[in-house]
Write a protein that binds this ligand. Structure first.
Ligand SMILES: CCCCCCCC/C=C\CCCCCCCC(=O)SCCNC(=O)CCNC(=O)[C@H](O)C(C)(C)COP(=O)(O)OP(=O)(O)OC[C@H]1O[C@@H](n2cnc3c(N)ncnc32)[C@H](O)[C@@H]1OP(=O)(O)O
Length: 205
């Protein structure tokens, strides 16, 4: 059986991807430690600031970095949902399915909590907006989100696998209709319907 084609960038085991994976771990560990932790937080703050200082000293100008970010044709490495260079991305890995839809499985931890033990509704919206957007790219007709309607059917659990799916269902001129869902244990937790308008902002050059 052939593996499903990737629609997101597979993380590398070294370079910035590895540093970003460590940063994600730091975000989760800080939240897990919390205010009553006996960890030496002043020292940790100094260490983290010195890491950030080092990164800033070696970073290109922002305009140049923006050009680099948009140099790829296939998928982005910087976005806040799938990007292996973005420490706030969960990350979600999406693959293309034979029926034209896109699909990814991820497990969310403490940084994404809304109601006790469950995923924040805005995070579900973020995942779905992006997955619908990637489904549009996959279909060859991308656009910008004009309307995103979400229905939260049941609380979405943290700490267990969630399946995110999306597909483009119709296109009428510049208007694109796309749907998607987040499921846990085979049940739909959140479903989404999006109206996208075919419009392309210029890439930085
Ligand atoms: C790109 C390179 C990629 C590289 C490779 C990548 C691979 C894949 C990787 C990554 C995938 C990406 C995944 C991204 C996913 C995230 C997507 C986002 O977050 S998008 C940001 C949030 N959305 C906005 O900021 C929009 C802001 N709004 C606007 O810019 C405009 O309002 C826009 C474009 C929506 C429409 O403006 P107008 O001027 O172009 O068009 P008008 O004439 O107003 O509308 C056209 C038709 O649509 C209807 N329409 C427009 N907005 C509507 C609305 N909100 N509700 C209902 N109808 C609406 C209008 O009534 C009109 O209909 P009538 O032709 O007259 O029948």
């Amino acid at each position: 059986m052939t593996a499903a084609p990737d629609l997101t960038s597979a993380p590398r085991e070294d370079g910035v991807d590895a540093a970003v994976a460590a940063a994600r771990r730091v975000i989760e560990s800080l939240l897990r430690a919390g205010g009553s932790s006996t960890a030496e937080m002043d020292r940790i703050a100094d260490q983290l600031n010195s890491v950030a200082d080092h990164l800033d000293e070696h970073a290109p100008e922002r305009d140049q970095r923006m050009v680099d970010m948009w140099a790829r044709e296939d998928f982005t490495r910087h976005d806040p949902v799938t990007g292996p260079e973005n420490a706030i991305a969960p990350p979600l890995h999406l693959t293309a399915r034979a029926d034209g839809s896109v699909r990814g499985v991820l497990t969310l931890g403490l940084p994404y909590q809304g109601p006790p033990g469950h995923v924040h509704g805005g995070i579900s919206a973020l995942l779905l907006d992006h997955a619908l957007g990637v489904a549009n790219h996959r279909a060859g007709l991308p656009g910008m989100t004009a309307e995103l309607t979400l229905r939260y059917h049941r609380p979405t659990p943290l700490f267990e696998p969630l399946t995110v799916t999306a597909r483009q269902v119709a296109a009428d001129g510049r208007k694109i209709r796309t749907t998607g869902a987040i499921e846990a244990r085979g049940e739909v937790c959140v479903s989404a319907e999006g109206l996208f308008i075919a419009k392309y902002l210029p890439r930085p050059r």
